[in-house]
Design a protein around this ligand. Structure first.
Ligand SMILES: Nc1nc2c(ncn2[C@@H]2O[C@H](COP(=O)(O)OP(=O)(O)OP(=O)(O)O)[C@@H](O)[C@H]2O)c(=O)[nH]1
Ligand SMILES: [Mg+2]
Length: 291
């Protein structure tokens, strides 16, 4: 899988973020709790510099809760406040507001002592489709930011008033120029953060089945009605799934195309079970990197 993706609108998004960060008190970096490392944009460190930044692990309802906790502990150890969130269900609203308040308290208090009621401005950033707009809508309580089930829904930045002294800047999802780590790129594709058009659905579904066979064979058994054997290829598993689930065309040919897109959909919507594909780097690795 060779992905080189940096269309013009991503370059524009980068410029916009660089400009916008000057207008806000805190940056909320949203990652997908199912792949907190792969969905983290490595460019953000350079773009946001010293601006206070917090992490929200969204789509926690689709992720493994023990691993989500481990990731939160990891971020905190790195000196970054973090919470989990389920924007769809609206779980974590109080914690999210408290998080923003915690980080911006010194500025708010300083101004209060001068008699000024400061409006806190937070910018939400992250790669496409992690749930930035849905998160803002949840915090506000009404759906004002456009959200949707595909990457690239938010096109430009948009200020949204969340409370009397709280405003959020919604921004378009931003990917990074090169996906050096092919495994990470694959995880992005599994969860649907990379557009389907630049990936072959069938190849992707085969890779996903191989991943599930190794990590979560129970999901294949439960949803696709067969026990995957260790030596089965992704292609063989896809064909078997067609037969077991009745995705068959005339002439008894397996409907591979349909199977691929249905399997990807089932995985992405959590029907195959809650799964986190990544664990936080271990202590020793951190030290090794710092040496
Ligand atoms: N299961 C689940 N789905 C979510 C959650 N948050 C958002 N979604 C869904 O994810 C999809 C993307 O949500 P958006 O809010 O449009 O994502 P975004 O980050 O604003 O995307 P772009 O504007 O394209 O960058 C939508 O179909 C949402 O309903 C969540 O916590 N859990
Ligand atoms: Mg959006």
């Amino acid at each position: 899988m060779n992905i080189q993706w940096y269309p013009g609108h991503m370059a524009k998004a980068r410029r916009m973020l660089t400009e916008s960060v000057k207008l806000v008190d805190v940056v909320i970096e949203m990652v997908d709790a199912r792949a907190p490392a792969a969905t983290r944009n490595p460019d953000f460190d350079a773009i946001f510099g010293a601006k206070p930044r917090v992490v929200v692990l969204n789509k926690a309802d689709l992720a493994d809760s023990a691993r989500t906790k481990a990731w939160i502990a990891y971020y905190k150890k790195q000196g970054m406040d973090a919470i989990s969130f389920s924007a769809n269900a609206g779980k974590g609203v109080k914690e999210a507001v408290a998080l923003v308040e915690r980080v911006t308290r010194p500025t708010v208090e300083r101004l209060k002592s001068k008699g000024v009621n400061k409006t806190v401005r937070a910018m939400i950033v992250g790669i496409p489709n992690v749930g930035k707009s849905t998160f803002i809508n949840r915090l506000r309580g009404t759906a004002v930011a456009k959200a949707g089930d595909k990457p690239g829904v938010t096109r430009g930045k948009q200020w949204i008033i969340v409370g009397p002294y709280l405003e959020f800047l919604d921004t378009p999802g931003m990917l990074w120029p090169k996906f050096e780590d092919k495994q990470a790129a694959q995880r992005l594709a599994f969860i649907g953060s990379i557009r389907n058009e630049i990936m072959d659905n069938e190849a992707l579904a085969m890779r996903l089945l191989e991943f599930l066979r190794d990590e979560m064979p129970g999901a294949i058994e439960a949803r696709l009605k067969f026990a995957p054997e260790a030596e089965m290829t992704g292609g063989q598993m896809l064909e078997t799934a067609c037969r077991k689930r009745g995705w068959i065309l005339s002439g008894a040919r397996p409907d591979i195309e349909r199977a691929a897109s249905l399997i990807l959909d089932e995985f992405r919507s959590g029907k195959m079970g809650r799964i986190t594909m990544e664990t936080p780097p271990r202590e020793e690795e951190n030290h090794a990197q710092g040496d």
